[in-house]
Design a protein. Sequence first.
Length: 95
Amino acid sequence: MDMELAGAELKSVLNRLRRAQGQISGVIRMIEEGRDCEDVITQLAAASRALDRAGFAIIATGLQQCVTDAESGRKNGEDVEQMRARLEKLFLSLA
């Protein structure tokens, strides 16, 4: 499935991913420094939320594009049910 993110959506997703990248780097540094477990877990949870939100934005965009593709009757011969099944699998992989 090809997916294109619009300018604002792309910027938002990239910002979330960069934030998560920074948080994960922070977690690694905290572990290496022997920091408090609660602080490490708090930072790890924040990184996880950032990744979840980025994934949701990508999935939501994919859903919108698939609906548009289904309505226009294209998608490389793939029917609506096949698209739905693939998107369901992707969505559940985030759960």
